[in-house]
Write a protein that binds this ligand. Structure first.
Ligand SMILES: O=P(O)(O)OC[C@H]1O[C@](O)(CO)[C@@H](O)[C@@H]1O
Length: 244
């Protein structure tokens, strides 16, 4: 596990974008595991900037997203499909046929989870997985207490997650209660993992997840067992860890 201290959100985003760029340059047809939320927006903006300058080419890149709210369609502006399109895909030359996100409108949840696992397999697995960290230690939407060995599944969101994400919805009651998420097993099978974390409100969970015991109560703690994890925190997110 490598931990880098970034000055601030912008510096964190730049460092993460550099690692993703290197991945695309080294393997133009790589499979990127992508995340949503506030954490990766700056990283995507940096990638777009480098693409616009002609320094990056997404023509052969494939992507699989971590998660999607159950019940939201692609054109709902709170869906993660909409987020990815708005924050990255429509700004670069990625082929949308090579981008994958769970289908929030699927009628049969079990079949959708099975389909999504097969998508990941058919792509040959994820080369680089980008992750944010939830306030309660979730990665993707793997909430505290769930088994580490799960693959893509439907999850009932924790109250704290619903509350944290309600900032993005007009009405807190609109936040979906269920979501599809890649499981910890899928995440741990990625060949390389980059975690980006910003802000003082994440400082406590950073300490617990990466310097505490490995436990399903703190899903991100399992990342300590992966052999290629890079964690990029800004100074505020690292403020409770005094030895870095
Ligand atoms: O980056 P944020 O908005 O703090 O969210 C943390 C994590 O929680 C989620 O929103 C739930 O999947 C992730 O997309 C994100 O990485």
């Amino acid at each position: 596990m490598k931990i880098f201290k970034a000055k601030d959100y912008k510096d964190m985003s730049r460092k993460a974008a550099n690692i993703i760029s290197a991945q695309i340059i080294m393997k133009p047809g790589c499979v990127l595991g992508l995340a949503t939320g506030s954490s990766p927006i700056g990283t995507y903006q940096q990638l777009i900037e480098w693409y616009e300058k002609g320094d990056l080419d997404f023509a052969e890149v494939k992507s699989v997203n971590l998660d999607e709210y159950k019940g939201l369609s692609r054109d709902n502006d709170q869906s993660y499909y909409y987020f990815m399109n708005h924050n990255l895909f429509k700004h670069v030359n990625i082929n949308l046929d090579n981008t994958y996100i769970p289908d929030g409108t699927a009628k049969d949840s079990a079949a959708e989870c099975d389909r999504y696992n097969k998508v990941i397999q058919s792509l040959g697995g994820v080369d680089l997985q980008l992750l944010g960290l939830g306030h309660n230690g979730h990665i993707g939407f793997n909430e505290p207490g769930q088994a580490f060995e799960k693959e893509t599944h439907l999850v009932e969101l924790a109250e704290s997650t619903i509350e944290a994400n309600s900032r993005l919805f007009e009405n807190p009651d609109d936040v979906p209660r269920y979501a599809y998420t890649m499981g910890i097993k899928n995440i741990m099978q990625a060949r390389k993992i980059v975690v980006i974390i910003s802000g003082e409100e994440k400082a406590e969970i950073v300490k617990e997840a990466f310097f505490g015991p490995v436990t399903p109560q703190v899903p991100a703690s399992i990342l300590q067992m992966h052999n290629d994890v890079t964690i990029i925190c800004d100074e505020a997110a690292l403020s409770k860890v005094d030895f870095i």
